[in-house]
Design a protein. Structure first.
Length: 364
């Protein structure tokens, strides 16, 4: 088994195109064709993480956070980032990061927090834009069903909880081939009119290559006519954060103590208590202050995230309880998520959960 076998499976859960533009995800160090001896899963990749990988005979580290984020101009060991990369290269250890690709996955970071808190009726808090595209193609009437089926099989036509979605219009298409053409119907140099179906389907951009390959393979025309349009539609199945309901509503303090215990955190910073029952809870792993307005708009009674600044707590405006549980604490179960996911596919292979805490923050 090679590294690409592992990363391809991870990207079924968290495709790299789900990542935010500022991010650095994928294989950061190493070669996709390297044979894997073992996989160490961690939240962050530090020098002690590489040491652990060496000790446990793992030559692939799957990390949530990318060790290389802003780019490296020199490798001389003057920073912890440089030292980690140098040690990994020296010991032939590859490093792969998922970060916001997994953040935006429906079964990713926020879904894991929701699972730990026992939330029901879950929905994405901030559906992502720019993921969906629309394909429109034109095929002879008698071939329309064959083409539709091939597009659906390749991943087109999925919208939320529905599949095999398409819009179809019958009409007439015209063309004239030159002397180098080889038309299926009609003659070279002569204008031809053909009864055709216009087929339009929505698809996730990650499936574009596969869908176009299927279209060209199954379309009867020598020259395949099609349009692809990027949409600004929000996709309700992909995005940051999640919102759901607690099985039973709780008083504010009861909820905060419940949250502290479930998320195994030593400290929770929270906004002013407003004597409000907590039932609907929004969550977002990592730095989530940007989504405070979205949590309020969605009707959340409490919003659980991390890295709220002093003035951002005022944004609660007596409408919601803001709970900052710590960056590491909000994402700590992510490595468990990845280990469970990888073990289902590679059950007879060494997928190891890192035992090292990489939290840089300590509490008295």
């Amino acid at each position: 088994m090679i590294i690409k076998d592992i990363t391809d499976y991870i990207e079924e859960l968290a495709p790299l195109n789900y990542a935010e533009k500022f991010d650095n995800v994928g294989l950061l160090v190493g070669d996709y064709n390297t044979t894997v001896t073992g996989v160490l899963v961690t939240l962050d990749t530090l020098e002690k993480t590489v040491d652990e990988a060496i000790t446990k005979h793992c030559n692939l580290i799957v990390s949530f956070h990318p060790i290389i984020f802003d780019g490296i101009k020199k490798l001389n060991g003057n920073s912890y980032v440089e030292r980690v990369v140098m040690k990994a290269i020296k010991n032939e250890i590859a490093i792969y990061a998922t970060h916001t690709a997994l953040d935006n996955s429906k079964k990713g970071v926020s879904a894991k927090i929701s699972e730990v808190l026992g939330l029901k009726n879950k929905q994405i808090l901030l559906p992502k834009k720019g993921i969906l595209k629309k394909l429109t193609t034109f095929v002879p009437l008698q071939d329309a069903e064959k083409i539709r089926k091939s597009l659906f099989k390749a991943g087109a036509g999925n919208i939320g909880n529905y599949d095999h979605c398409s819009f179809n219009v019958n009409g007439e298409g015209t063309y004239r081939g030159n002397q180098s053409s080889n038309p299926r119907v009609g003659k070279k140099g002569e204008k031809h009119t053909e009864k055709e179906t216009q087929i339009s389907v929505i698809f996730e951009s990650k499936n574009e290559t596969k869908i176009l390959a299927s279209l060209h393979e199954n379309h009867p025309y020598e020259e395949v006519s099609y349009d692809i349009v990027s949409t600004e539609n929000s996709y309700q199945n992909i995005g940051m954060g999640m919102i759901g309901d607690l099985p039973t509503e709780m008083a504010e303090k009861e909820f905060l103590l419940f949250l502290k215990k479930r998320m195994k955190t030593a400290c929770i910073r929270h906004s002013n208590l407003i004597n409000k029952k907590i039932k609907k809870v929004a969550v977002l792993g990592g730095s989530g202050s940007f989504a405070i307005p979205n949590a309020i708009k969605a009707g959340a009674d409490a919003y659980v995230s991390a890295d709220f600044k002093y003035h951002e707590f005022f944004k609660a405006e007596n409408k919601i309880i803001l709970a900052d549980i710590g960056h590491y604490e909000s994402e700590q179960f992510t490595k468990n998520l990845l280990v469970d996911y990888l073990t289902k596919k590679f059950s007879n292979f060494a997928i190891i959960l890192s035992e090292e805490s990489t939290n840089p923050i300590y509490y008295i």
